[in-house]
Design a binder for this molecule. Structure first.
Ligand code: ADP
Ligand code: MG
Length: 700
């Protein structure tokens, strides 16, 4: 086997700290570093110097173009390439790249969704360099991570509000840390490690399914004889083709400085997972976007297609993404890690409370941050966390909080009445915080794992909400504690009160159980926002607008536009699915059934003409049911067509999304039910598309 030098490979296509330190003068380097670490504005002279070095480095690594790489609200990344060339007087070209070009770009923004923020005559938007995320080379192009704004300064992307939310949290967390005497902390950042699930299917099989091509998921398909019931795929031996893909993928990701770490088979056949080591949230977000893109590209090279849809196959586990989240100081302290001393514990408990309160107060924001047409198929389907948001803490931590709340002895390592600032609480190893796979938001030792994300979601959305909501709890605590004369007592009272007020969000039980839905909604008053149509409009609830604008994460106009865009996206997605169904039924399924019916009828009449003794039971009974099904299918497809047509009469996106939820989606289900039954009755020779079995087991 060829020896691979991973340390040398790692980051070889990234203009990272190592490259900057080596290539920039000390003065330029330290000034850039200040911008990166402390958010200090960048001077023109520094930008020019960085641009020159970046250009030379990129050219040395084969780049001919540069692009401002950004994340518009389409959910994928966007780039417009410009070459470095500039004409020289002698008729040739020189390679040019200025500080101005590094810092700011002006792409024509008119075709990106803005939700009415930017009238088409004001088509210009601008991109602004995010120096906290390293530039990298992809396909001979120097990619510069940027934020994307309208000319009047409103965010048109996911990075801008994410950076703002990180600043908000930083501001409030530092106030709290100060109260605990941690004056040396320069900044607090959130970090994220997103675990990414995906399916791999053979490209040849994929190409035969219009539903996969147009919508990313199968809209029809009867269950195969073998699914995931044996649980033999999870952590199973990785097939050679998949293993070759993973090796290639790791190489590509490592070159881009992405810390690809863990890979394994997931529960469903053909399903896999890749987890990187965690990094600062905006970097993790950029990396995750890049990772999804590279996965798809590398799969193609191996004759496969990587499906990132949340629910490519009905009846088979869908794909999610786990957002492992924590807060850390520049000095390396994880604020969600219980410390060794009582005082650290109290600080830990306060940050823990901030998260608990944030999740309770802003359940709706967390839920809607992961709401898409695709993810609606997962949440609540007994395979992913339920649509009800709750927090899992594990038995030990729950017992500690209970002891604090009631001033009763905590029966842990020592039997004591917990007094904050006096008693140490035990550290939680990952193993003592038992694992609960059904919880949407679980504490796992020194971080929280938000598990409701869909596999194709940008992690920016949920982290914006999480950071902002936690910043809000911290702000309230800081406001209160800064005023108190007796910090310790005030702290104790505050923590006690928060536990009492927000314990309804804590749930260690089975999130898949029917009784939980009842208890959560009827007894505890938690939200159960089942679909995107239910969740998204909550973005504009006053309490949410107030909080998000107070922390300067969004302006009210931005929120309105985002709500519109997300709902529009939901409507368009389902509309395309509906139209694809109609197309497949009319052009393929019904004609295929007709062909098989013809063969059955012909066989029957032929056989009967030869012998009076044949009964033709199989032919006749199949024919009767299939013929019935063609009638039902015709009726169902006509109803679906009408429902889709009816959507056009709404000019309001909320009404359209409700009609999708109440009218279109149920009709799609009915249609699918009949077609899937017909599949079981029809000879495979006649069936127009590869079956679930063929797709799911297409990669060997
Ligand atoms: P699991 O058992 O859920 O797979 P792991 O320990 O493997 O747990 O971690 C899953 C992800 O969480 C990885 O991406 C890891 O880097 C990330 N992670 C670990 N510690 C932290 C932290 N303090 N903050 C954010 N993410 C973290
Ligand atoms: Mg996990």
């Amino acid at each position: 086997m060829e020896k691979k030098n991973v340390p040398e490979l790692f980051g070889s296509l990234v203009f990272d700290d190592r490259v900057m330190r080596a290539r920039l003068s000390d003065k330029i380097y330290s000034s850039l570093k200040k911008t990166i670490d402390e958010n200090v504005g960048l001077e023109d002279e520094v930008a020019d110097a960085v641009a020159t070095e970046m250009r030379d480095w990129a050219i040395e690594h084969g780049a001919t173009h540069f692009t401002h790489w950004f994340q518009p609200l389409t959910g994928v990344t966007a780039e417009k390439h410009d070459s470095f060339i500039a004409p020289s007087p002698d008729g040739g070209v020189i390679m040019e790249f200025s500080g101005k070009e590094l810092i700011k770009g002006e792409p024509d923004a008119s075709s990106f969704p803005s939700g009415g923020l930017r009238a088409t005559f004001e088509a210009r938007g601008y991109t602004a360099w995010d120096p906290t995320s390293y530039a990298f080379i992809k396909d001979h192009t120097l990619c510069i991570p940027t934020a994307f704004c309208s000319y009047s300064g409103e965010a048109l992307d996911k990075k801008t509000p994410l950076l703002r939310s990180m600043q908000a949290l930083n501001r409030q967390a530092k106030r709290i840390l100060k109260l605990f005497g941690n004056d040396d902390v320069k900044y607090v950042r959130t970090s994220v490690g997103p675990e990414q699930e995906y399916f791999l299917v053979d490209k040849k099989v994929f190409d035969q399914r219009p539903d996969l091509i147009y919508t990313g998921r199968t809209l029809f398909g009867a269950m195969p004889p073998k699914g995931q019931e044996l649980d033999d795929h999870y952590f199973g031996v990785i097939k050679p083709r998949v293993s070759a893909f993973m090796e290639d993928l790791n190489d590509e990701l490592w070159k881009l400085g992405i810390l690809a770490k863990t890979e394994h088979n997931e529960v469903a056949p053909a399903q896999h997972e890749l987890a990187p080591i965690f990094s600062t949230t905006n970097v993790a977000t950029d990396n995750n976007q890049l990772m999804m893109e590279i996965m798809q590209k590398v799969a193609k090279k191996h004759g496969m297609v990587c499906l990132l849809h949340e629910k490519p196959f009905a009846g088979v586990n869908g794909s999610g993404k786990h957002n492992n989240w924590s807060m850390a100081t520049n000095t390396g302290a994880n604020l969600l890690s219980p410390g060794d001393t009582p005082y650290q514990n109290a600080q830990f408990l306060l940050f823990l409370c901030a998260v608990i309160q944030a999740v309770d107060d802003y359940q709706d924001l967390l839920r809607l941050s992961v709401a898409t047409a695709g993810n609606d198929h997962r949440l609540g389907a007994n395979e992913a966390p339920p649509a009800i948001i709750s927090v899992f803490l594990g038995d030990e931590l729950t017992a500690i909080l209970n002891a604090i709340k009631t001033d009763t002895p905590y029966e842990g390592t020592e039997k004591v009445v917990m007094k904050l600032g006096v008693h140490a609480i035990p550290r939680f190893s990952r193993d003592t915080t038992d694992r609960n796979r059904t919880s949407p938001f679980a504490f796992t030792g020194n971080k929280f794992e938000f598990r409701s994300l869909g596999s194709s979601n940008s992690i920016a959305c949920c982290n914006i909400m999480l950071n902002a909501a936690v910043a809000e709890s911290l702000k309230q605590y800081a406001d209160e504690l800064e005023q108190s004369d007796d910090f310790e007592t005030a702290l104790h009272d505050l923590i006690k009160r928060v536990i009492k007020e927000h314990e309804r969000i804590l749930f260690n039980g089975n999130g898949y159980g029917e009784d939980w839905v009842k208890e959560a909604t009827e007894v505890r008053g938690l939200l159960n926002l089942k679909t995107t149509a239910d969740a998204m409009p909550k973005l504009l609830d006053k309490k949410n607008v107030d909080m998000l604008t107070a922390h300067k994460v969004f302006t009210e106009t931005e929120l309105k536009s985002r709500c519109d865009i997300m709902l529009e996206n939901y409507c368009k997605t389902v509309n395309i699915e509906g139209l694809t169904m109609v197309d497949m039924v009319r052009k393929n399924y019904l004609p295929a059934m007709e062909g098989y019916l013809y063969s059955l009828a012909k066989t029957t009449s032929l056989m009967k003409s030869v012998s009076n003794n044949v009964k033709c039971n199989y032919e006749v009974s199949t024919m009767e049911r299939l013929s019935e099904l063609t009638d039902y299918i015709l009726e169902a497809v006509e109803k679906l067509e009408t429902a889709l047509e009816d959507l056009k009469k709404y000019d309001d996106v909320i009404k359209t999304s409700e009609a999708i939820r109440d009218d279109v989606l149920p009709k799609m289900d009915v249609l699918r039910g009949y077609v899937d039954e017909a599949e079981m009755l029809t000879s495979e020779r006649y069936w127009p598309f590869p079956s679930y079995g063929k797709i799911l087991f297409s990669v060997q």
